[in-house]
Design a protein around this ligand. Structure first.
Ligand SMILES: [Zn+2]
Length: 340
């Protein structure tokens, strides 16, 4: 099986020759330096981006390639202030809009960062047809939070559960986010994306109430997911933190598979998610300073717990070392050889 076939088979609940290994966002400094990537240029240079992220596939051995590096593309394209971080620090959104009507997205696809993503998808697809190409995109609740500001999201998410007028306001923000999500999703799929990888970080119970997730997050993600499916593409849903109280909701969105953090036990997640494949929960920091034994034992724990693919609990940390990434991939191969 090629990497792409392996991941697609996993999604379709079909037999695999070995368990797929998939990465989340991969701004790995070692790889960026190896290809001569320059900060912050690599965030808006498709060639540099593909050269760096594809090393996760060609060198470390993951089955997918994730583009772009961070979760700021939508925001910067909408004109929000983004602090570009550093070689080993993700860019972060620093401003917000006052009203949903202030958000202008008519020219969204013409933004240089958005165009870089689209170009990078095409380039990756052309050069690595055997890998699963996965654009890394900001899901609706998180995007709405970027638009209104994360603190406002936390505040309004509480108020809207109590009063209808606040719910109306929240729905306006979510609906703008969804419009942007759909424009971007369509462009990524037309560029050749195999799977859309959505992080709804701000839908985590760490930030908003599970009740809010069920009332607002699930319908929004489902609407976006149905749209993506109507274009013939599968999608992955990742939510950070202890997602146990919302896992049933995540599974009901229609996502093709769910990605969880190390805060969630794999066995329990698999039980709650039912027939929706669950991936993730390998402790990301082990890729920075874990011993071989620690990495192998953590990887095996997830697979023993029923993970359908091995993935780190969140993105691949910038300071990950390639030797540790390779230990991770080998641990999955060895487990597969013994158990499949
Ligand atoms: Zn996460």
């Amino acid at each position: 099986m090629t990497s792409r076939e392996r991941v697609i088979a996993m999604i379709n609940r079909k037999p695999v020759d070995r368990i797929p290994v998939i990465t989340g966002s991969a701004m790995v400094v070692e790889y960026i330096q190896k290809i001569g990537g320059v900060w912050p240029e690599y965030h808006r240079n498709a060639e540099m981006m593909v050269n760096a992220v594809s090393m996760m596939h060609t060198d470390a051995g993951t089955d997918n390639i994730v583009i772009p590096f961070g979760m700021f593309i939508e925001s910067i394209a909408l004109g929000l202030d983004v602090k570009m971080g550093a070689l080993d620090i993700q860019p972060s959104v620093r401003s917000s809009f006052k009203e949903p009507t202030d958000v202008k997205y008519e020219n969204f696809l013409e933004d240089p960062y958005v165009r870089t993503t689209i170009e990078a998808i095409k380039l990756a697809k052309e050069r690595f047809p055997d890998a699963a190409i996965c654009p890394f995109l900001v899901a609706p609740v998180t995007l709405a939070g970027d638009l209104m500001g994360a603190e406002n999201l936390a505040r309004l998410s509480l108020k809207c559960l109590k009063k209808e007028e606040h719910m109306e306001k929240m729905k306006k923000w979510i609906s703008v986010a969804l419009e942007i999500n759909k424009i971007y999703a369509r462009a990524c799929i037309e560029a050749g994306a195999d799977i859309l990888y959505y992080s709804d970080a701000s839908a985590s119970p760490n930030l908003v109430m599970p009740d809010f997730y069920y009332k607002v997050g699930v319908p929004a993600e489902k609407e976006l997911g149905d749209f993506i499916h109507s274009l013939g593409c599968p999608w992955e849903l990742h939510i950070c933190g202890n997602a146990v109280p919302i896992l049933e909701g995540m599974a009901s969105t229609g996502a093709d598979f769910l990605s969880i953090e190390q805060a969630v036990g794999m066995k329990e997640a698999v039980r709650i998610a039912g027939n929706v494949p669950v991936v993730g929960n390998v402790t990301p920091n082990l890729m920075i300073d874990g011993t071989e034994e620690q990495i192998i034992s953590d990887v095996r724990k997830g697979l023993d717990g029923g993970a359908k693919a091995s993935m780190l609990g969140c993105g691949t940390p910038p300071s990950s070392t390639s030797d540790r990434l390779k230990i991770w991939v080998k641990a999955v191969r060895d487990w597969s050889a013994e158990n499949l």
